[in-house]
Design a protein around this ligand. Structure first.
Ligand code: HEC
Ligand code: HEC
Ligand code: HEC
Ligand code: HEC
Length: 153
């Protein structure tokens, strides 16, 4: 084999890898996500008391007509202009602290705070519009037990 042929083979190999990863990222969007992000160590230590939160991704984007950028943003927090099929980072890739720091409990880089900041603030707004001044009760789940349902024994 001459050098040129080897270079060609290598280039073809790299191209195949690129296509494979692009396809993988594009087809990975599930209609409903079971929110069980890795990193929560205490779940592994003790049997969980609550079911995982089921997040209806497709329903949120399609039926509720929420734009992708309301939830997905870049490394500076700027809304992303994306569409289905694009390669999108999971929230936990950046919000990758899984333990609250006692001195800075509201740190948005803590995964739990980012989730609650996104999900609950929107749901509260919806409930306020629907008539509950505190936004806790209404069509969108905004209190702990509505999302974190207890596992029945
Ligand atoms: C209401 C909030 C919300 C809306 C609207 C939304 N997403 Fe998501 N999306 C999420 C959450 C939460 C996840 C789960 C990420 C995780 O597990 O860290 C996710 C996951 C994804 C993933 C998979 C990422 C991975 O980790 O593999 C893709 C791709 C994606 N969304 C694309 C989109 C696109 C495109 C739109 C618009 C058509 C959209 N999303 C609308 C909140 C939303
Ligand atoms: C590429 C890294 C990155 C990803 C991926 C990411 N975030 Fe963030 N997010 C940030 C940064 C950085 C900030 C702080 C921005 C600032 O200081 O204004 C932030 C801020 C936030 C905030 C507070 C500001 C606001 O917009 O209300 C919430 C809530 C939030 N993220 C939720 C999410 C959710 C939910 C996801 C997944 C659907 C996600 N983030 C994915 C980096 C990221
Ligand atoms: C920008 C607004 C917005 C954000 C962000 C948002 N939601 Fe919602 N959510 C809605 C709306 C609108 C409804 C429907 C309320 C109704 O029935 O009128 C809803 C309903 C729900 C429901 C009950 C019905 C269903 O579709 O399953 C669950 C559970 C839910 N959301 C979970 C989540 C979670 C978890 C997140 C964060 C990852 C989230 N939502 C983020 C707007 C939002
Ligand atoms: C709109 C739905 C929603 C509501 C309301 C909500 N959460 Fe969450 N919470 C989530 C999601 C989604 C996650 C991220 C889970 C994951 O990705 O693993 C989370 C994560 C957590 C975690 C860290 C993960 C774990 O299992 O230990 C704790 C603790 C928590 N929530 C407690 C609460 C408490 C306390 C309340 C009430 C003040 C509350 N949540 C209200 C959706 C919700």
């Amino acid at each position: 084999m001459n050098k040129r042929f080897i270079t060609l083979l290598l280039a073809a190999g790299i191209a195949v890898i690129f296509v494979a990863t692009a396809l993988h990222a594009g087809t990975e969007v599930k209609d409903t996500f079971t929110m069980e992000t890795d990193g929560y160590k205490k779940r592994k230590k003790a049997p969980p008391k609550f079911n995982f939160v089921e997040f209806s991704h497709k329903t949120h984007a399609t039926d509720y007509k929420i734009s992708c950028g309301e939830c997905h943003h870049d490394k500076d927090g700027k809304a992303l202009d994306i569409k289905m099929g694009d390669d999108v980072k999971g929230c936990g890739e950046c919000h990758n602290k899984f333990k609250k720091d006692k001195k800075n409990k509201k740190d948005i880089m803590v995964h739990e705070n980012a989730m609650h900041g996104n999900c609950i603030s929107c749901h509260k707004e919806i409930n306020i519009k629907a008539g509950d001044p505190k936004g806790r009760k209404g069509p969108a789940p905004a209190s702990c037990g509505k999302c974190h349902t207890k596992i029945k024994k």
